[in-house]
Design a protein around this ligand. Structure first.
Ligand code: C5P
Length: 213
C-alpha cells in the first residue's frame, strides 16, 4: 500500500509541494476554507493532474438532494464527496447517492465527528442511514478509537477514514490499528516547515505502528 494518509488540505499548498507529495499520499481531502480561498477554478487547476487515488470534497453536505447535487455538479474534478448522515435518506441522501452513482463518484458519510462535543445519542439512527444508503465509506473520528472498532465490526469491509490525528490529539497509526483504512491529516502536514518531510515522517510512524498492532 502506497500510504495510509489522506491530506486534509484546508489551506493552499503549492503545486510543486503537492507534486512532491503525490507518491506518498493515498488521497487529498479538500475543505471549504481552501475553496473559499482559491475559488473553484484555481482549486481544480491545482489538483487536476495529481496522481492520487481520490480527491475528496469535504463540505459535509447537509441539504435537500437538489441543492447537494447542484454543489457536486460544480466540483466534477473530484472523485468523492462527504455528506452528513443525520440529514436522512428520502429527498436528501437517496438523491445524492443516485446522482453520484450515475456519475461514477464516491460518497462518504459522516458517522462520528472527532470533536469532544459530538453526541452519541443518534448512533442507532446514523447506523440505519448508513445501512440504507450503503456509501463507499464512512468518516469516524480518530480521537474515538472505540467507535472505529465498533463501526468496523458493524460495517464489515466498508472504507473507514479517520480525522483527528496529530493536531487534534490522536496518535498516528492508532486509528488504523483500531480498524480504519486511512488517516486524515491536515495541520500537522500543511503547517509544517517542510510539509513533504512531515508527511514522510508520519507515513513511517504509521507503517511501524501498523506492523505491531
Ligand atoms: O488539521 P486537522 O488534521 O485537524 O484536520 C482535520 C480535517 O478533518 C479537517 O479538514 C476537518 O474538517 C476534518 N474532519 C474532522 N473531524 C470529523 C470530520 C472531518 O476533523 N469528524
Amino acid at each position: 500500500m502506497k500510504s495510509r494518509v489522506i491530506l486534509a488540505m484546508d489551506k493552499p499548498l503549492s503545486y510543486q509541494i503537492l507534486k512532491e507529495m503525490e507518491n506518498e499520499l493515498y488521497g487529498i481531502k479538500i475543505g471549504l476554507p481552501l475553496v473559499l480561498d482559491l475559488g473553484v477554478h484555481k482549486t481544480r487547476e491545482l489538483l487536476n493532474d495529481l496522481n492520487v487515488e481520490e480527491i475528496i470534497v469535504d463540505f459535509k453536505l447537509a441539504d435537500i438532494g437538489f441543492i447537494m447535487k447542484s454543489i457536486v455538479e460544480k466540483l466534477s474534478f473530484a472523485s468523492s464527496f462527504i455528506a452528513h448522515s443525520f440529514i436522512g435518506v428520502k429527498g436528501a441522501l437517496d438523491e445524492l447517492k443516485k446522482y453520484l452513482d450515475a456519475n461514477s463518484k464516491n460518497l462518504y458519510l459522516v458517522a462520528v465527528m472527532s470533536h469532544e462535543g459530538w453526541s452519541t445519542l443518534f448512533t442507532d439512527y446514523i447506523k440505519n442511514v448508513i445501512r440504507e444508503i450503503s456509501p463507499k465509506g464512512i468518516v469516524v473520528g480518530g480521537t474515538k478509537l472505540d467507535s472505529i472498532t465498533e463501526y468496523r465490526k458493524d460495517f464489515g469491509k466498508m472504507t473507514i477514514i479517520s480525522p483527528g490525528m496529530g493536531s487534534q490529539g490522536a496518535s498516528y497509526g492508532d486509528a488504523v490499528c483500531a480498524g480504519a483504512d486511512y488517516e486524515i491529516i491536515g495541520r500537522s502536514i500543511y503547517n509544517a516547515e517542510n510539509p513533504f518531510a512531515a508527511l514522510r515522517t508520519i507515513n513511517k510512524i504509521i507503517e511501524d505502528k501498523v506492523m505491531n498492532c
